[in-house]
Design a protein around this ligand. Structure first.
Ligand code: ADP
Length: 163
């Protein structure tokens, strides 16, 4: 069995913070699957197919990184793709508290699953998708917050078509 990890999230849209966590995880795993959780309760700004294609574009030169959409529990997705690891990024103490409970519950649901935390780079600690959405919504320039390969690609045009 390959050492596989899932990096779950909403990626609405993907930011340099996400990109950095994934790139730094590449040496740790033979395969990384970015799982875009399709959460019916959560309204998104960008349609899920659009978020998926931006992620695929970002990692097109990294053959061990793939992306797919999943519905339901993250642990069920991990079971389906044969992954014993979940990667999460940690920016702040608030992230840690939130992630600790999710990680502990996930281990109850799927014994043996390990959550691996990657510390955010200082320059990305204040960055999240919601800030990027606000910038885009109000016509600002998000270029320093989104991956290099998506410069000029993530714009307001695709916005508002999410659920
Ligand atoms: P969620 O919908 O679960 O909040 P996100 O897409 O916002 O998902 O984030 C997915 C993962 O990426 C989380 O572990 C989050 O902590 C991490 N993350 C988000 N932004 C950053 C960042 N700027 N630096 C490091 N990790 C980040």
């Amino acid at each position: 069995m390959q050492r596989t990890a899932v990096f779950p999230g909403s990626f609405d849209p993907i930011t340099r913070g996400h990109e950095n966590v994934i790139i730094r995880s590449i040496p740790l795993f033979e395969r990384i699957i970015i799982g875009i959780g399709d959460n019916a309760e959560k309204r998104s700004m960008f349609p899920i197919e659009q978020r998926l294609s931006w992620i695929r574009e970002t990692f097109k030169d990294y053959p061990t990184v793939t992306a797919e959409v999943y519905r339901g529990l993250t642990v069920d997705f991990c079971r389906k793709v044969d992954s014993a690891f979940i990667i999460r990024g940690l920016r702040t103490a608030a992230d840690f508290e939130f992630e600790r409970s999710i990680g502990q519950v996930n281990r109850k649901l799927l014994p043996g699953i390990e959550t691996i935390f990657i510390l955010s780079l200082p320059e990305y600690t204040a960055l999240n998708s919601s800030i990027v959405r606000d910038i885009i919504r109000h016509g600002g320039d998000p270029s320093s917050f989104i991956p290099e390969s998506l410069q000029g690609v993530i714009t307001n045009k695709e916005a508002g078509r999410g659920k």
